[in-house]
Write a protein that binds this ligand. Structure first.
Ligand code: PEP
Ligand code: MG
Length: 364
């Protein structure tokens, strides 16, 4: 689905932090969860207004509702047009703090959107879309070629690429279904990778080759223990040495569990940088599965417990760079606090970049 061919999506239910929700947001397709009753009332060719900002649907609108909707839509478009005029400029607060506004991407379409919307770089390249629909994983040559093609519009920008983050709610066709056990508290992220070292080597080989073509950083998903990072670093160093690469790209840890956040100092020595995955950090802190709509009320990424952990991470990271790349990074109501906590790099869906940059410019 693309924004060009799909005006909006209505689903019966949707977990607030689910990957389906993230993917449609990344593509900029308005999506609303409407409950099951609405589907009985839909008629072929009937008119419907989908307001994803207010999470509202109006069936067969009267003239007044249509007029009100259209005037809000026009105001939104004017605001996008205005923000886009400045989106290729850096964003700095009134006090002069420069904040890098990066893009979360994972496909050709989103890479192009990132370039058009003025991304300062890519804070999170999710590799999953290059794996999930396939019958066998790409080898390192295929992966290299595919990444090089996708990243073409972003030449000259720094790109952070995350190693494959599967297991839990994302399982490709070629994996054994038994890997699904325990789901979100099981073998996912780096745990899954370390159980399949050949899969990691193929990715690292492709990324090391890519690092000769453009500035990249490599991110390890769902790190909990120092041993997780240590094990990936050992594979990485061995491969870099065997490929004769003297200065391999930085290797960073994704902080998505309360344990990693609370003990960041244990990870500092084995990590070149950090990226906060607030989507997973929220689900593990609030004990609310991100894709389960029945606990949407508990899945609060602006909860003080989550923001408290973000603060601890920024403080404990010292001079190491920290990016926030979960959905929290694009929340208008949270951005002033995130900047006040010292974050200087946010990674958001491409379509949000012009708005976030404009908001940063209004902060003192
Ligand atoms: C996160 O968990 O915040 C994150 C950015 O990674 P993903 O949403 O892909 O799990
Ligand atoms: Mg995550």
């Amino acid at each position: 689905m693309t924004r060009e061919t799909v005006a909006g999506i209505i689903v019966e239910e949707l977990g607030k932090g689910s990957h389906a929700a993230l993917l449609v947001r990344e593509k900029g397709i308005p999506t609303v969860a409407a409950g099951s009753q609405l589907f009985d009332e839909l008629r072929e060719s009937g008119e419907m207004l989908v307001d994803a900002l207010r999470e509202q649907i109006i069936l067969e609108p009267d003239q007044a509702s249509s007029d009100a909707f259209n005037s809000r839509l026009e105001a939104y478009k004017r605001s996008i047009t205005f923000c886009r005029t400045l989106c290729h400029e850096p964003a700095a607060t009134l006090g002069g703090a420069v904040v890098g506004i990066m893009a979360n991407i994972g496909s050709h379409e989103t890479a192009e959107a990132a370039a058009q919307n003025g991304a300062d770089g890519v804070g999170l390249f999710r590799l999953e879309q290059l794996y999930l629909g396939r019958d066998r994983p790409p080898d390192s040559d295929e992966l290299f070629a595919e990444l090089l093609g996708i990243l073409k519009p972003l030449r000259g920008k720094a790109v952070t690429i995350r190693l494959l983050d599967i297991g839990g709610d994302k399982l490709p066709r070629f994996m054994d279904r038994r890997e699904d056990r325990n789901s979100l508290l099981g073998r996912r992220g780096v745990r899954f990778l370390l159980a399949h070292p050949e899969l990691v080597r193929r990715q690292l080989k492709a990324l090391l080759r890519l690092s000769a073509e453009m500035e990249i950083k490599i991110l390890v998903p769902l790190v909990t223990l120092r041993a997780d990072m240590q094990a990936v670093r050992t594979l990485f160093d061995e491969l870099a040495a065997s490929e004769g690469i003297a200065a391999p790209p930085p290797l960073g840890a994704m902080i998505e569990t309360p344990a990693a956040a609370l003990r960041l100092e244990d990870l500092c020595e084995v990590s070149d940088f950090f990226s906060i995955g607030s989507n997973d950090l929220t689900q593990y802190t609030l004990a609310a599965a991100r894709e389960n709509p029945e606990v949407n009320d508990y899945y609060q990424d602006t909860h003080p417990a989550v923001l408290g952990l973000v603060k601890m991470i920024v403080e404990a990271a010292g001079s190491k760079a920290v990016t926030l790349c979960g959905e929290l990074a694009g929340r208008e109501e949270a951005i002033p606090q995130l900047i006040a906590l010292g974050l200087r790099s946010l990674s958001v869906a491409p379509i949000q970049i012009p708005f976030v940059k404009q908001q940063i410019r209004t902060l003192s």
